[in-house]
Design a protein around this ligand. Structure first.
Ligand code: FAD
Length: 417
């Protein structure tokens, strides 16, 4: 079969890996760089070098079995990245939640009865949230879930809502209407067994793009077309026509749209008899996010002993995080979410904009409708929006589901499943 894959992020690359050799595959990518969000930016400061993954941070092993199998297949190594969390309030002029790791000074947050109480309260919330997994419930909102929990108003308003807003990249009022299961997915699944242990995360040695070239090296028959802008899809006589902005035309039996949902929607814009498809794909909302990479310590908690790997600070309506990157090169630096803040760090190394999904109950209703539309007329949807929360794991999962239909005997599929 002739198959087009549009988009070379994790979903498109994994699709290519799983279909290569069995089919005649062409991978179209708008940019020069392959990998999509799997991008590592290298930069320098005062003669020293570092790297940053602007749209990637960590792997939570319990949540990433298929991505880990891909990394093992490609012989890409991972490192342990124990994480700690501080949540601070600008209004209260203090840190209100500090997990007890990193420094011996941090023991004080456990010895402080209030600190301990809050930690146990947050832990009881994440424990209770496991029921959402058991019930496969993506549509209960965060406030519907959190309000009945037997924890104090302070913990809800000053810790849990702000922290989840920071994780989700939206204002605090908005995260309350997010899917509770989605908003709490990482805190629930990276929670260590012992109360005083750090969150058990991992990162890729050398940056998230470490897997891109090894994956490309395994493609034997896939044709890659970079820097290609495609016109909306057309279909005639049972085949798909893809036309590049340059006018070059290609015909395929199947097309896999491995782009974010809003880009897939643009490619479906003029397809006849596709209103239902467009309606479902349009049901995945996105927001934009600004990431700043810098060395300005004023973005970190005022008390240095409260510095965590993940530092969220809220100012009332918004809460954004700064990650302390200490092992990504020859000098430590900070990676901050700065979508709602006008502040500019004094020593800025790089700035990025991304679109990320807004994980509302409506998003998950669209997700539940998509499987029935997959493969109709040979049109497929891959991407991290297709299942679960958006991550490398869901990107791979979406590619696996398609390969199970188009190349069920693939050895790579057997290795990843
Ligand atoms: C700030 C931030 C932090 C994150 N942290 C993590 C993390 O710690 N762990 C994790 O697992 N995930 C994280 N994610 C999410 C993760 O990066 C994404 O979910 C995942 O990489 C998306 O993969 P994808 O293949 O679906 O899409 P993308 O990576 O967006 O790839 C889509 C590709 O399609 C191309 N494209 C789009 N439209 C067209 C078109 N019309 N024609 C041709 N090409 C097109 C794009 O150029 C792009 O290369 C983070 C995201 C953000 C924004």
């Amino acid at each position: 079969m002739r198959i087009a894959i549009v988009g070379a992020g994790i979903a498109g690359l994994a699709s290519a890996l799983l279909l290569d050799s069995a089919h005649e595959v062409t991978l179209f990518e708008r940019r020069d760089l392959l990998g999509g969000h799997a991008r590592t930016h290298r930069f320098g400061h005062e003669g020293r070098h570092a790297f940053v993954n602007p749209a990637f941070g960590y792997i939570a092993p319990a949540m990433y079995p298929r991505f880990i199998r891909l990394l093992e297949l490609l012989r890409v190594t991972r490192e342990s990245a124990p994480a700690s969390v501080t949540v601070g309030s600008t209004g209260l002029h203090r840190d209100v939640f500090v997990t007890p790791t990193l420094s011996p000074l941090r023991v004080s947050s456990v010895l402080d009865p209030l600190g301990l109480q809050r930690m146990l309260a947050v832990r009881s919330v994440t424990r209770a949230a496991r029921a959402l997994d058991d019930a496969d419930d993506w549509t209960t909102t965060l406030d519907e879930f959190l309000e009945p929990q037997p924890v104090s108003r302070f913990v809800k308003d000053e810790v849990v809502y702000p922290w989840m807003a920071a994780v989700s990249g939206v204002p605090i009022a908005e995260v309350k209407a997010f899917s509770a299961r989605a908003a709490l997915r990482y805190p629930v699944h990276v929670q260590p067994e012992g109360a005083l242990r750090p969150f058990g995360l991992q990162e890729l040695t050398g940056g998230v793009d470490a897997y891109v070239q090894p994956l490309l090296n395994r493609l034997q028959t896939t044709t890659i077309r970079r820097r290609v802008e495609l016109r909306p899809l057309q279909r005639s006589h049972g085949r798909w026509q893809l036309t590049e902005a340059s006018g070059a035309q290609h015909e395929f039996d199947s097309v896999i749209l491995a782009t974010p949902a809003f880009e897939a929607l643009a490619l479906l814009a003029t397809l006849p008899d596709a209103d239902r498809l467009r309606e479902v794909v349009a049901g995945f909302p996105y927001a934009s996010t600004r990431i700043l990479v810098h060395s300005d310590t004023s973005w970190m908690p005022r008390k240095k002993s409260n510095w965590s790997v993940y530092n969220a600070r809220h100012d009332g309506p918004n809460c954004e995080a700064t990650i302390w990157c200490r092992h990504s090169g020859e000098f430590p630096y900070f990676k901050s979410w700065a979508t709602f803040s006008d502040r500019r760090p004094s020593l800025l190394h790089a700035e990025f904009e991304f679109h990320h999904p807004r994980l509302t109950p409506g998003y998950y209703r669209s997700q539940s409708l998509l499987p029935a539309l997959q493969g109709l007329g040979g049109l497929w949807f891959a991407g991290s929006y297709v299942e679960d929360v958006d991550s490398h794991e869901s990107g791979i999962g979406s590619a696996i589901r398609i390969a199970e239909r188009l190349n069920p005997d693939s050895a790579n599929l057997a290795a990843l499943r």
